[in-house]
Design a protein around this ligand. Sequence first.
Ligand SMILES: NC(=O)N[C@@H](O)C(=O)O
Ligand code: NI
Length: 164
Amino acid sequence: MSAALTIRARPLSAAAFAPFGDVLEASGQPDKVINEGLCDRFHDRARMDFGPGGRAGISIFRATSRALPYACGMLERHPEGSQAFVPMMDLAWLVIVAPDAGGRPGEPLAFLPSPGQGVNLLRNTWHGVLTPLAEPAIFAVIDRIGDTPNLEEFFLSEPVVVTS
Ligand SMILES: NC(=O)N[C@@H](O)C(=O)O
Ligand code: NI
């Protein structure tokens, strides 16, 4: 019986997350200063994609918190569109992603966003479902609205255990 894979969650960084998506944050120099100089605009910072036959939508997720160490038993992906998660309050949450390895998830990575960070997952990127580590956990989710399921799930033979 193989031992369950254990991975350590690391602070979220744009560089480490880049193959999987974008970190949504007020980072670096603003692209524009607007509103009579009273607002910095960090312009167009996500690689969004909703494919033919779909459109962008904003939904609100109210999720149940989990705890570390967290056993992740399923990774999913959305073949027809990107998916962004923007917390609407300051809370700890977990982002699990994985490269594709021949149509199934490869070794996952786990990230802990800092306050002020959201994520945009690229289309067809393997990820764990929204995983807050506190409650209340309210998120704005920007993803594809369409008539197809836009969902592929992969159930792991052994859960991946995420530690802090
Ligand atoms: N199913 C759904 O709307 N949410 C998931 O895609 C998720 O990543 O949480
Ligand atoms: Ni998803």
